[in-house]
Design a protein around this ligand. Structure first.
Ligand SMILES: [Zn+2]
Ligand SMILES: [Zn+2]
Ligand SMILES: [Zn+2]
Ligand SMILES: [Zn+2]
Length: 377
């Protein structure tokens, strides 16, 4: 891995690049090993050349491409912000304005923080939660197997790999309906934090939307890895692009191709942290005037849990470690994505995958957006 930090007046760009066997992939992710800009220009020419290749802007020379990043000349183009982690590359393009390059480390799957309790053991998956008798593709058998029980005996996916329209429409309706209908209110809300308790202010639970879950086949199932009841766990399949939005909303994400309604786009991936840990982190970030991404609370099934322990009231923090999902902008209404909880490794619903599916047909190069519900604030 080669890391280059280039400083020009008030602009600092840190480029971390993996170089192996003459093939390079590049991504701006953070500072590991720092070199000065003069190192970049004069020393280590071989490595620099590899690195510059990933920053190609149309047919301009390699050095001009690096200048484009350092001097904020547009467009800026990075080949793959996922640095090879995903099935496909996710480029970053900025054509419009001066934007700070995102400073984070790309991870493909959620990572558990030490204080968070998540049990991925096979023993935790009990009878009725897997389909040992299945073979090949569960969707091709005449009768739905045990893995369809969560979705009331019918698989959530079609054989074409889309979310079934009736399932999707029900999820959309639950998001739109009046709060009281599907909201669960805790007696003692895990979102109360130390500060409020100390001040003896009892913070009323704002409510948590109870959501429908998708359950995918997993390790104890007899079916193949290509079973059609395994969609989210296959990772990103549709070409995406991170880009500087023209309306000044910062970075956004768009689909390169047209997508059908019900297509899985990506997960929201981050660190699995306790609500308490997130509270402490964000307090510190605010004090240091650092930006943080919008946290996603994993509260879709809090209503069915006994009183949650602190280590089970979890959320996803994608500020320092995250995936493409951290670039999805929010809308108050008229978004084209919905997040749906997906059970994969564990039947414990205080942890699950947050998967984004399209709620309508998407045009090529259309921005992908997501509605934030009040329960997550
Ligand atoms: Zn099965
Ligand atoms: Zn299966
Ligand atoms: Zn609550
Ligand atoms: Zn199964």
């Amino acid at each position: 891995m080669v890391a280059i930090s280039a400083t020009l007046k008030d602009t600092t760009v840190v480029v971390v690049v993996e170089v192996s066997a003459g093939v390079s992939s590049g991504v701006i992710i953070g500072a590991f090993i720092r070199m000065t800009f003069s190192d970049f220009e004069s020393g280590n020419k071989g490595e620099s050349k590899d690195m510059i290749e990933v920053l190609k802007v149309s047919k301009s020379s390699n050095m001009q491409s690096m200048d484009a990043v350092v001097q904020k000349k547009y467009p800026i183009y990075l080949k793959d912000i996922a640095r090879g982690e995903e099935n496909i590359q996710i480029p970053l393009v900025n054509e419009y304005e001066s934007l700070e390059l995102p400073n984070f480390l790309y991870i493909k799957s959620n990572m558990v923080h030490k204080d968070a309790h998540v049990d991925f053991s096979l023993a935790r998956i009990s009878d009725g939660n897997f389909c040992a008798e299945c073979y090949g593709d569960c969707l091709s058998s005449d009768l739905p197997c045990a893995c369809a029980a969560e979705t009331l005996g019918e698989f959530a996916y079609t054989k074409e790999g889309l979310l079934k329209e009736n399932f999707l429409d029900e999820c959309i309706a639950m998001n739109l309906e009046p709060k009281t209908k599907h909201f669960y209110y805790c007696e003692v809300c895990p979102l109360q934090n130390d500060l409020h308790q100390k001040l003896k202010k009892t913070k009323r639970c704002k409510g948590h939307l109870t959501r429908k879950f998708i359950k995918e086949c997993w390790s104890k199932c007899g079916c193949s890895r290509k079973c059609k009841n395994r969609v989210v766990q296959q990772g990103i399949q549709v070409p995406l692009q991170v880009y500087g939005t023209p309306e000044g909303k910062g970075w956004g994400i768009r689909s390169v191709n047209a997508l059908k309604k019900g297509t899985f786009v990506c997960e929201y991936v981050g660190e699995i942290v306790t609500n308490q840990e997130l509270y402490e982190r964000n307090k510190e970030r605010v004090a240091k005037q650092e930006k943080h991404t919008y946290p996603v609370l994993l509260d879709a099934d809090w209503g069915s849990e006994r009183i949650l322990k602190d280590e089970e009231a979890l959320c996803l923090d994608a500020t320092e470690f995250g995936n493409a999902g951290r670039f999805i902008n929010h809308r108050c209404y008229d978004a084209n994505l919905i997040e749906i909880p997906v059970e994969v490794e564990t039947p414990d619903h205080h942890y699950y995958h947050v998967a984004f599916f399209t709620t309508k047909d998407i045009e090529p190069m259309e921005e992908l957006t997501w509605v934030i519900l009040l329960s997550t604030t």
